[in-house]
Design a protein around this ligand. Structure first.
Ligand SMILES: [Mg+2]
Ligand SMILES: [Zn+2]
Length: 273
């Protein structure tokens, strides 16, 4: 089943909450975060928060320990492993950061299930401080999409993935899973034959509900990890059964269509009265 690409958002999709909020809250910096939020973009604020936490004596180990406790529904990891084992190409497109995501995926033992993680760079500097940077350097230039935050347009990431697979001559079906308003732009890039799995009653689902006709993909909503797992694996099964049926169709087996089909009943001649 080489034909399916599953693109996951991370926060509130793979894990059950927002990793940025989780780290800030668990390390006791919520008030400062809320105070500074109106003054700068979210992504820049996360870098600032990491500096503040470092100054307060919080270490990388403290952050890692918090990330390892991030809540995740018990059905999600098995679903990711199953989708990977079935041959799907799994990718992440997230507005969190590489350090948080890799730490959590390593801890869950599923890092190697993903062929690609598209997110804001995050690394530990020589002073042991976590630095977080925008994936798109908006100080230099705007990405030009007014649906998305300045540091990341997930729609542009989707277009790059679609274009690179296209240039390899691979016809793929996409399944996109997400919850947030940042997942709306990439949802608009999905085509007919693709699938969109928005989390029910979350901002992406609200945006789609306002005007479902702009979405070309088939929509399958989910509420929690149990539904995510069941619906995702069902979709993968359905798509691969359809793919196999196509592979076995007369056109693809070199059998002339007229031989493979039952003889058509002759049409009654049109009689003019
Ligand atoms: Mg999310
Ligand atoms: Zn966008």
């Amino acid at each position: 089943m080489a034909g399916i690409v599953v693109v996951f958002d991370f926060d509130k999709t793979i894990i059950d909450l927002d990793s940025d909020n989780w780290v800030v809250d668990e390390l006791g910096a919520t008030d400062l975060f809320n105070q500074l939020l109106p003054t700068m973009p979210w992504n820049s604020l996360m870098d600032r928060m990491m500096t503040e936490l470092h100054a307060q004596g919080k270490t990388i180990d403290d952050i890692v320990e918090v990330l390892k406790r991030a809540p995740i529904h018990p059905d999600v990891v098995p679903a990711i492993r199953a989708a990977h084992a079935l041959g799907c190409d799994l990718r992440i497109v997230s507005d969190a950061n590489m350090f948080f995501i890799e730490t959590i995926l390593d801890h869950l033992g599923i890092r190697e299930c993903f062929s690609e993680i598209n997110t804001n760079p995050g690394y530990v500097d020589e002073e042991g401080r976590l630095r977080i940077f925008p994936i798109h350097d908006f100080q230099k230039s705007s990405h030009g999409c007014n649906l998305c935050p300045p540091n990341m347009c997930k729609g542009l990431v989707m277009e790059r993935i679609q274009a690179s697979l296209m240039s390899e001559g691979k016809k793929k079906k996409f399944i996109y899973l997400g919850d947030g308003s940042g997942d709306y732009c990439p949802s608009l890039k999905l085509g007919e034959g693709d699938f969109l799995m928005p989390r029910k009653n979350f901002p992406l689902w609200d945006l789609i509900s306002q005007n479902p006709l702009v979405i070309k993909a088939e929509i399958h909503e989910w509420s929690d990890g149990e539904e995510l797992a069941r619906i995702l694996l069902n979709l993968i099964k359905t798509i691969s059964m359809a793919e196999n049926a196509q592979l076995l169709s007369p056109q693809n087996m070199g059998v002339p269509v007229y031989e493979a089909l039952p003889s058509p009943t002759p049409k009654p001649a049109m009689v003019a009265n």
